[in-house]
Write a protein that binds this ligand. Sequence first.
Ligand SMILES: Cc1cc2nc3c(=O)[nH]c(=O)nc-3n(C[C@H](O)[C@H](O)[C@H](O)COP(=O)(O)O)c2cc1C
Length: 147
Amino acid sequence: MSKLFIYYSHTGNGDLVAEALRKQGYELRKAVPRRDLPKSFAASMLKGGFLAGIGHKSKLKGYDSDVSGYDEVIIGTPVWNGKVSCPVNTVLSETDLTNKKLAFVLYSGGGSAPKAVKKLKEKYDCPVFELREPLKNPDELNKLGQL
Ligand SMILES: Cc1cc2nc3c(=O)[nH]c(=O)nc-3n(C[C@H](O)[C@H](O)[C@H](O)COP(=O)(O)O)c2cc1C
């Protein structure tokens, strides 16, 4: 069964998740925004938090939305302002996930984003896993064993 992990990462937590999933047999596809967040922490929080809050979709660099060759797709996103990140909003709007075995992995500072989880479960009716800063807490990656 062919498996794909599509994700975004700004500060590396998502990349660590991707590496763990690669070892579990997933191919990787990283969403890369044309304009990433500002480098300064405060500015990135302000801009990313605001844009995620309004459901903004980032323009991506050469995103391949064709998932027809995969049976299983996992989507990974950092939590921004309690919501899905802007690059992953674009992934979700451009990718036809119909009939895929689907799951989400959310990584965040607090490890819990109930509003985002509720929304995703309502819309996609699939498992959502939440990880608290896997770069600082590598044990969180053990949750991926449930996939
Ligand atoms: C713009 C922005 C907004 C964030 N908002 C939240 C939040 O609402 N709740 C939370 O727990 N963490 C929040 N974080 C922290 C990230 O979700 C967390 O560091 C995540 O692991 C980052 O993943 P990455 O390293 O793959 O980019 C935010 C980070 C950024 C940059």
